[in-house]
Design a protein. Structure first.
Length: 163
């Protein structure tokens, strides 16, 4: 079971990196959040019923972990026993955004609340409204409303940044 879990994490680690980059700016905080997400995935793997795709389940666990961590920043994460070499974790700080437009978008997204960040990250990751609704536990129509409101909010933030 451990080898299957490690293989699953290595296969879908991009999901975890996206969430870490979205919710943390400091490289050490990103590593801590990554470890906390892996721990939560390990704890909940036994309850994964395989009703959805592994990536959908991982998004749900990762986002819930990040949002909980975001709300309770003072809480110290528990350590997990898998070594970095087993997970093949690259240096997350090397994944910095390079273009000016992406940098502006990242700054604007940083100003959103935790739920808005989750919605827009999934949208930018080209998830369907149904997938986003399944990951976040809301209705499809609610996803559409949230995305439209977030787009308007981001547009306003970016316009203010450019002035």
């Amino acid at each position: 079971m451990e080898k299957e879990f490690i293989e699953m994490i290595n296969t879908h680690r991009g999901i975890l990196y996206k969430v870490c980059n979205l919710y943390c700016n400091d490289p050490e905080d990103k590593k801590d959040l990554f470890q906390e997400m892996v721990l939560q995935l390990w704890r909940s793997i036994k309850t994964f019923r395989k009703d959805s795709q592994v990536s959908t389940w991982m998004y749900r666990v990762a986002l819930n972990t990040a949002i909980t961590n975001f709300r309770k920043e003072s809480r110290k994460p528990e350590r997990f026993g898998i070594s970095e070499s087993e997970l093949q974790i690259p240096d997350i700080s090397d994944l910095a955004l390079q273009s000016e437009n992406l940098s502006l978008l990242k700054q604007a997204i940083d100003q959103l609340n935790a739920i808005e960040k989750a919605v827009i990250m999934l949208y930018l990751d080209e998830k369907s409204y149904e997938e986003i609704a399944g990951i976040l536990g809301v209705t499809r129509s609610n996803v559409g409303v949230k995305i439209n409101r977030i787009k308007i909010k981001l547009e306003s933030i970016i316009k203010k940044q450019k002035i």
